[in-house]
Design a protein around this ligand. Structure first.
Ligand code: LLP
Length: 432
């Protein structure tokens, strides 16, 4: 992905996003502030949808993995763009329903859904529940029977592919908390069982091999493994699986060195595998779902901060302290993720300064980036961190009782609030 241009430098030498001046946005809404380019989100949605439609003759659905960034506005956007939604908790499901998102286009994931969550999903009439294990299958069947409903389910399968090694391996992932294993026969047994169970309609299979993956081969091999399983179920059970959900995980560019493949190359390679396999084995082509999260929102957001201090430790490094940090972006602390930072009010100037960007929590590890190049910083500057649209707001916390920043969306150059800034009153709301 990353095929959209989200940020640029405007005539004032300021960083702009979606045509809006980030320095002006920081002044209007305060910092820290998440800003997202809504036009770019829609462009990414359309690119994915058009590509899927083209490759599978419109016999498929793009599901937005809403864990990447979840709020009511986002569900409205994806509904307008014709996408479905992947939710992984009662909270995400609730948000989608509150936004008026059509339940039929919701796929409910998770490796340990509670009885309450499953009942909520049945009650709402979600499109598919992606069942992770036998205990959940049994629980869901009992709940569905009691409620007089039928649950349309997919099984989450571990295709046995570890895409997070330099050269991916095909056997590494049996040790995963997610889904049914193929190697042990567990997945086949589960299908046999589901086909006889009350309250259950077994519709298909799902896999997801990881996130921020740049290579195409792991996706192709996952599709091959899943098709092999579909074929095996047909031979063994005489049942033809009609739906194949291939998950998400397409990588995006965070920094210059990142080299994500164009969306088309993923889609082309995988669809060729699917279509060729089905032709050879005389299988009907299944209804195909993909579940991207990061590649829809990741490159469409920036976070704006105010620089509060510049502390140079001679012979060591310079810390640039910002008014946010791991509470709004825990990804460096958690995964040492790379980000590009820019001083928004000096965006036209050279990056001539090496800085460690430090958050405000009482934690030495509260850093956004170490030894990164920015323009020469001064107290009061607006520092922008790029490509923070995915897994930032959704992973934010109130550690140190820091309120979460608001989310502003820019559409056609016009900004509007999608999520309000948390207040101190919000922080004590549940305290008894
Ligand atoms: N489908 C399933 C079942 C998933 O578990 C995930 C992500 C996705 C789809 C979407 O994957 P994406 O297209 O966004 O890569 N917090 C981590 C990412 C965790 C991803 C978990 N599952 C991060 O900040 O990098």
């Amino acid at each position: 992905m990353g095929e959209t241009t989200v940020t640029s430098v405007n005539e004032h030498g300021h960083l702009s996003i979606g045509g809006a001046d980030t320095v002006a946005l920081a002044a209007k809404y305060g910092t820290p502030l998440y800003v997202m380019d809504e036009d770019a989100i829609r462009t990414n949605c359309r690119a994915l949808k058009n590509s899927l439609d083209r490759h599978y003759a419109q016999h498929g659905l793009v599901l937005y993995a809403s864990k990447a960034f979840c709020c009511k506005r986002m569900y409205r956007i994806i509904e307008e763009e014709g996408l479905g939604a992947d939710v992984v908790s009662g909270g995400e499901l609730y948000t989608a329903l509150e936004a008026g998102f059509p339940a039929q286009k919701i796929y409910f994931h998770g490796n340990n859904k509670t009885a309450d969550e499953l009942s909520m999903a049945l009650e709402a009439g979600v499109g598919r529940i992606v069942v992770d294990n036998i205990a959940e299958l049994e629980l869901l069947s009992a709940l569905a029977v009691a409620a007089g409903k039928t649950a349309d389910i997919l099984f989450r399968i571990k295709p046995g592919i570890d895409a997070h090694t330099h050269n991916f391996v095909r056997t590494g992932q049996i040790d995963s908390k997610f889904g049914f294993a193929l190697e042990t026969g567990e997945a086949l047994e589960a299908v046999q069982k589901a086909l006889t169970m009350q309250g259950i309609r077994f519709a298909g299979v799902h896999c997801h091999i990881g996130s921020q993956i740049f290579e195409i081969d792991p996706f192709v091999h996952a599709a091959e493994v899943m098709l092999g399983f579909i074929q095996k179920v047909r031979e063994t059970c005489g049942y033809t699986i009609g739906e194949l959900n291939l998950g998400g995980g397409f990588g995006i560019r965070y920094v210059q060195e990142d080299d994500p493949k164009a969306l088309e190359s993923y889609m082309e390679a995988v669809s060729k595998t699917v279509l060729d396999f089905c032709r050879e084995k005389e299988l009907p082509v299944p209804f195909i779902c993909i579940e991207p999260g990061r590649s829809i929102v990741g490159d469409t957001g920036v976070t704006l901060y105010t620089v509060g201090g510049v502390k140079t430790i001679p012979g060591c490094r310079t810390y640039v302290s910002i008014d946010g940090g791991m509470t709004d972006n825990p990804r460096y602390a958690l995964y040492q993720s790379s980000y590009e930072a820019i001083i928004a009010n000096k965006a036209a100037q050279q990056k001539d300064f090496t800085a460690t960007i430090a958050g405000r929590c009482c934690e030495s590890g509260d850093l956004i980036q170490e030894h990164t190049q920015i323009q020469t910083p001064a107290v009061g500057d607006i520092l922008a961190v790029l490509s923070t649209g995915a897994y930032n707001y959704s992973m934010a916390s109130n550690y140190n009782r820091v309120p979460r920043p608001p989310v502003v969306m820019v559409r056609g150059g016009t900004d509007s609030l999608a999520v309000r800034r948390e207040t101190y009153a919000d922080l004590v709301r549940n305290d008894v």
